[in-house]
Design a protein around this ligand. Structure first.
Ligand code: AMP
Length: 187
């Protein structure tokens, strides 16, 4: 099974991805986590992306496509994966479509986690300080929301057109959302 999780920062898709990956033996591919690990390890990639990440903006499509291509070549992806944080722009979605179709593969479902803006802001506020992320400063969080709307939200209509988009209401507890997520996946 190959899945894409979509949704704004703070919606809880990382938590849901982790749970499902363990349960179904899928690789959890979080590009944000991969980049943060590269920054922490001080690799060439980390040095290249740190300033952009700290500002709440997106790393270039070219670099991200390279990162994801390398990740797909690792053996744990053969059993299926959950993409969490990629694609984030239309060019990334098109690059992914091309990569998969050249291997005769496809995405089984794109899951959009939905939450109204007030709730999102509350969740992001709760995350400030709770997780030691450099991009959890309030202004950076707001910038990340703005970037999501401008650059990532267009993927919703892209995947609607392709016919693979399903929505999950992200209100409520982690367990409630997990249950809705399973229902949507299994129907
Ligand atoms: P995340 O943990 O998914 O919220 O990602 C944290 C940060 O990493 C983002 O704000 C971006 O700066 C960068 N990033 C992660 N994934 C991507 C991507 N697919 N394209 C561009 N930048 C990304």
């Amino acid at each position: 099974m190959r899945l894409i999780l979509l949704g704004p920062p703070g919606v809880g898709k990382g938590t849901q991805a982790k749970g499902l990956a363990v349960e179904r033996g899928l690789a959890h591919i979080s590009t944000g986590e991969m980049l943060r690990a590269a920054v922490a390890a001080g690799t060439a990639l980390g040095k290249q992306v740190q300033a952009v990440m700290d500002s709440g903006h997106l790393v270039s499509d070219e670099l991200m496509v390279q990162v994801i291509q390398d990740r797909f070549s690792q053996p744990d992806c053969a059993k299926g994966y959950i993409l969490d944080g990629f694609p984030r722009t239309l060019p990334q979605a098109h690059a992914l479509d091309a990569m998969l179709s050249s291997d005769g593969q496809k995405i089984d479902a794109v899951i959009l986690f939905e939450l109204d803006e007030e709730q999102l802001k509350q969740r992001l506020a709760g995350r400030r300080g709770a997780e030691a992320r450099a991009d959890d400063d309030v202004n950076v969080q707001l910038e990340r929301l703005r970037v999501y709307k401008a650059q990532t939200e267009p993927l919703v209509s892209h995947y609607k057109k392709v016919g693979s988009l399903k929505s999950v209401d992200a209100n409520g507890s982690i367990e409630q959302v997990a249950e809705r997520f399973r229902k949507v996946l299994d129907t």
